[in-house]
Design a binder for this molecule. Structure first.
Ligand SMILES: *[C@@H]1O[C@H](CO)[C@@H](O)[C@H](O)[C@H]1NC(C)=O
Length: 404
């Protein structure tokens, strides 16, 4: 009892130093799995930026911007390189952040040994399968999701051939072959198709739905559709159009997520108020669709964005929060912060610790069981606190425990 009381006091002291609120905290309170960000070695090497990126209250999920792509992970044939991605994975695991792993088969950022190798169909298939087996195998058990195939469609919804070594050599069959290879290498990961300009109904979104049906028709598993969400300030329109588009995908039995959200506005003449409104529209749409599991922004500071001469992210170039930050926060809804939260947090912490040390199931569990990867404890969390067999509820920090 003395030990429990002293750890309770230690906990309360620690809790008073941190804010129990943020973009991720609000997303989780709204029933989502995460609000996350793309991250890079550039961010890890910038202490000011990384301090923001490490804040679990804002970011419960990471996507490596470049570090898991083909050119980074297999720069020469059969020679795999994971150093930079491993650093990001280690930081995510230290902070309890979920990983969306990205991306296995894409026509871009493929090394020239692949694109200029003159390989025939059968050889290129084996190169692709070997790449997937190695990379997915290396991160097995660590990725909530994999973007298995990225950007395989033309704007009219047809399969990309020109400019894609995969599409032009193998044809669309590379897509189900890639999904089957990823499933074999990590049966626990959610396997996604990921593409841009699919945020509203239209030829390309229809093409993506056809692609999902095609993968299933080959008997390969596909679990999610990633809407990249590279959007332009002032052109987002209504939440209802985004919602109905998402429902077109969830009706096929897959989950959806915004995987690379940013909101371009020219840095020379930005419209940050409209940008804030547009970010809130996307959050509101995701909130309305049960199958929308989370949102990832493609970086968080305008200092490090892939879009030239643009200021598309919620933090400015000096790491100050812009209007978009508050609008995203508000769009998720209330976080339930306040003194009662502190008490709830401490209760959860103690209960979760006892779960981790294989104690009896907490009474708050209500007999339900959270799925693999699902949250099972943390600030403001009211769902199942026990995990479906064979997974156990593993404590990450005061705000998050996960079934692993
Ligand atoms: C390449 O091989 C695969 C697997 O046999 C096949 O499905 C696909 O149609 C072939 N592609 C071409 C262009 O022949």
């Amino acid at each position: 009892m003395v030990g429990l009381l002293s750890s309770l006091f230690a906990c309360l002291t620690a809790a008073s130093l941190v804010s129990a609120d943020g973009l991720n905290a609000r997303a989780v309170a709204a029933g989502k799995k995460y609000f996350g960000t793309a991250i890079s070695t550039t961010i890890l090497n910038d202490a000011s930026a990384n301090a923001i990126g490490k804040n679990f209250q804002d970011f419960g999920q990471y996507t490596c911007e470049n570090e898991m792509k083909f050119d980074a992970t297999e720069p020469s044939r059969g020679s795999f390189s994971y150093g930079n991605a491993d650093k990001i994975v280690a930081q995510a695991q230290a902070n309890g952040q979920i990983l969306r792993c990205h991306a296995l088969v894409w026509h871009s950022q493929v090394p020239s040994w692949v694109t200029s190798g003159g390989f025939n169909n059968a050889t290129l298939i084996s190169i692709m399968q070997n790449h997937i087996a190695n990379v997915v195998g290396h991160y097995k058990g660590k990725c909530y999701a994999w973007d298995v195939v990225n950007e395989a469609l033309n704007e009219d919804g047809s399969y990309r051939s020109s400019g894609s070594v995969w599409g032009s050599t193998i044809g669309p069959a590379f897509i189900p072959i890639a999904f089957a290879a990823a499933a074999a290498a990590d049966p626990g990961a959610k396997l996604y198709y990921n593409d841009y300009n699919c945020d509203k109904a239209g030829a390309k979104a229809t093409g993506a739905q056809n692609l999902i049906k095609m993968v299933k028709s080959y008997g390969a598993p596909i679990h999610g559709f990633g809407m990249q969400g590279h959007m332009t300030t002032g052109q987002v329109g209504s939440a209802s159009a985004l919602v109905s588009n998402m429902q077109g995908f969830t009706a096929l039995g897959v989950e959806v997520a915004y995987t690379e959200l940013d909101m371009a506005t020219p840095s020379s003449n930005p419209n940050f108020n409209q940008q804030a409104t547009d970010y809130a529209t996307v959050v509101s749409a995701c909130k309305q669709v049960a199958g929308c599991v989370g949102i990832t922004i493609w970086g968080f500071t305008d200092r490090y964005t892939w879009i030239s001469n643009s200021a598309p992210l919620p933090w400015d170039t000096n790491f100050q929060k812009k209007a978009a930050y508050a609008s995203i926060l508000n769009a998720w809804g209330s976080a339930g912060t306040g003194s009662s939260t502190t008490t709830a947090t401490m209760t959860t912490t103690i209960v979760t610790s006892s779960t981790t040390s294989a104690g009896p199931a907490p009474s708050g569990g209500g007999g339900c069981a959270a799925a693999h990867w699902a949250q099972c404890g943390g600030t403001g969390y009211t769902g199942c606190t026990t995990c479906a067999s064979p997974y156990t509820c593993q404590y990450s920090n005061a705000w998050y425990s996960q079934c692993l």
